[in-house]
Design a protein around this ligand. Structure first.
Ligand SMILES: Cc1ncc(COP(=O)(O)O)c(C=O)c1O
Length: 291
């Protein structure tokens, strides 16, 4: 039986009742957050909850939704027997709440609906990792605030489905000749030995894993620059990889049927992957690193 969090309580998932007037259902009026946990230790929890609070602030969803959620994450892991698991995640979502349908915010304001669950992550085996991921390029048709972790994910859903339809693993979102990120992960390229990744602005989600990887690169003495990656850059890249909570550091070895570099995961991707795994398994309190 799966135990979930719903509006202040842990309960069996089967007992959750969500109103058809919930603005998450009617308007996708809400944000979500996904935090990884290794052996019960939530990695980068503070940074994840900060981003959640920033998203709620940007949408002007009120209520003290984030303060109590750190404890909720731990309780969800424990209640679902995931506190020993090497690779789990906690999903949290808040919507503006329940009100008769109307575009503007309800007056008086309503209490946000908050939902959370914890799951195991299906990590890629070492052998699967070595084979790497294949990707297709698709147009980035998202709204202009990709920095908000909105639950309105239809463009991401369609992008990932385009990848599935093409028989590959992921999609790279491109607009105006710039490869911004994956359908649910940030994008890095290696050009002349240096890491390149899109700067954090409204065009991408500021990934927590992205920030960890930039920290690890600095520690390893790998040069890194935050600037847009053009399609020409992508063609010329020695290595390309994705980063994300459930993606970790994942090499892309083929884009639109053409090999990236040697067509095998490259050395910098490998070093950063190992660095990330080490961080994930280290005993450092999560608040001391990343974000
Ligand atoms: C569009 C997008 N970019 C990047 C990321 C990676 O973010 P994080 O590393 O915080 O999981 C995600 C994660 O879901 C995402 O959906």
């Amino acid at each position: 039986m799966e135990t979930v969090y719903f509006n202040g309580e842990l309960m069996p998932k089967s007992e959750v009742r969500i109103s058809p007037d919930d603005r998450g259902f009617l308007f996708a009026d809400g944000v979500y957050e996904v935090t990884p946990a290794y052996q019960g230790r939530l990695l980068g929890l503070e940074a994840h909850l900060d981003r959640f609070a920033r998203g709620l602030g940007a949408l002007r969803i009120e209520g003290d939704t984030t303060a109590a959620l750190a404890g909720v994450c731990e309780r969800l892991l424990e209640a679902n027997g995931l506190d020993d698991e090497d690779g789990a995640y906690v999903y949290l979502q808040a919507t503006r709440g329940v009100a008769p349908r109307g575009h503007a915010f309800p007056v008086p304001s309503v209490t946000p609906t908050v939902y959370g669950f914890a799951r195991r992550i299906a990590w890629w085996s070492a052998e699967r990792w070595e084979r790497g991921a294949r990707a297709v390029v698709v147009p980035d048709v998202r709204w202009a605030r990709a920095d908000i972790k909105s639950i309105a994910l239809l463009p991401n859903v369609l992008a990932q489905q385009a990848a599935v339809d093409a028989g590959v693993d992921d999609a790279i979102l491109v607009r105006d000749g710039i490869a911004r990120e994956g359908s649910h992960a940030n994008l890095f390229a290696v050009l002349q030995g240096a890491l390149v990744t899109h700067p954090c602005n409204h065009e991408i989600l500021a990934g927590i894993t992205r920030a960890f990887v930039l920290d690890i690169a600095r520690d390893l003495g790998i040069p890194a620059v935050e600037r847009p990656i053009s399609l020409q850059d992508l063609d010329a890249a020695e290595e390309v990889f994705l980063t994300g909570t459930t993606t970790e550091v994942r090499p892309i070895v083929e884009i639109d049927g053409r090999p990236v570099g040697s067509g095998r995961p490259g050395p910098l991707t490998h070093a950063l992957y190992l660095g990330y795994r080490q961080l994930a398994q280290s005993a450092l309190p999560p608040t001391l690193v990343g974000g």
